[in-house]
Design a protein around this ligand. Structure first.
Ligand SMILES: Nc1ncnc2c1ncn2[C@@H]1O[C@H](COP(=O)(O)OP(=O)(O)OP(=O)(O)O)[C@@H](O)[C@H]1O
Length: 272
């Protein structure tokens, strides 16, 4: 299924709108005629196996990549028609690619506060007390207030993820993109982060959010929609309750899977 009824142009509440978006690299088709719309009040999960195209799709939503063909609108602007630098400050992104570029000697607080300037780590910019206050609040909201003065390079994998999630929120973005925010976290860390992301997602003023994951166990409650991706194609997309079914999940991962839902959370395992 690939949202055949999606209109060619974005609606008034649309934050991300893709119409027949295809991404090719040589003979490889990374994304194949994707039709997808994210409205401002929606919280989406993109779920799929390794190599499905999830990160590529997120790069389009982050206005970091142009489609090879098709129409992509992000925050009302058509990619290719506007300078991407204009809309990027409105997008909060946390990804492995970003994590790898953070200067290790930078403090956690500076990693967060420098998002306001679209740079990684402090250079010569001057920040005011309000900026630092907001950075500390966001570190606190992500459960790492005590690490504000620690150097990024000394943080554990899970602590870095939280700092980058705080950074993604620093500019008060209209679109929040989280690529595998719970990867590398231990069980307690994952559960704590998911609870915090659920609190955020439930907030009426929270930005439209897209979270990428390989695992249904990493879907925070309060996320409203799911897009299941396999080999660059949409298997199913829509409201999570109706769309995340055992059959659709089994198709996505190309194996028979048992899916359970309890208290708004999902759990899956292979059937015998
Ligand atoms: N420049 C390229 N040329 C050819 N193939 C590419 C190129 N870049 C990415 N790919 C392929 O595109 C596919 C989709 O990659 P992408 O990183 O979007 O997948 P993903 O779903 O995020 O994977 P993972 O879960 O493993 O992170 C992969 O098979 C990858 O090998």
């Amino acid at each position: 299924m690939s949202a055949p009824n999606l209109s060619i142009a974005p609606g008034p509440d649309s934050v991300v709108h893709l119409f027949d978006v295809t991404v090719r690299r040589g003979p490889a088709v990374l994304l194949d005629a994707i039709r997808w719309n994210v409205d401002a009040d929606e919280r989406w999960v993109i779920l799929g196996p390794n190599g499905a195209g999830k990160t590529t799709l997120l790069q389009i939503a982050a206005a970091q990549l142009h489609p090879t063909s098709g129409r992509a609108h992000v925050l009302g602007s058509r990619l290719g028609a506007v300078a991407l630098a204009e809309i990027r400050p409105l997008i909060g992104l946390s990804s492995a690619a970003l994590a790898a570029r953070v200067p290790p000697q930078e403090t956690a607080r500076n990693v967060v506060v420098s998002a306001g300037y679209g740079v990684l780590g402090r250079w010569r910019e001057q920040y005011d007390e309000l900026d630092f206050g907001r950075a500390d609040e966001l570190l606190d909201a992500m459960g790492v207030a005590q690490l504000a003065d620690r150097r990024y390079g000394t943080l554990s994998e899970g602590e870095r993820k939280r700092v980058l999630a705080a950074r993604a929120l620093m500019t008060d973005p209209e679109l929040l993109l989280l690529d595998e925010p719970a990867a590398g976290l231990d069980l307690g860390g994952r559960e704590d982060l998911l609870r915090r992301l659920s609190v955020l997602a439930e907030h009426p003023a929270a930005p439209a959010t897209v979270l990428v994951t390989h695992h249904v166990e990493e879907i925070p409650t309060a996320f409203s929609h799911v897009l299941l991706l396999r080999e660059g194609r949409i298997v199913a997309a829509g409201p999570i309750e109706q769309t995340l079914t055992e059959a659709a999940l089994s198709d996505t991962f190309a194996m028979p899977l048992h899916l359970e839902q309890r208290d708004g959370r999902y759990f899956a395992h292979a059937t015998d």
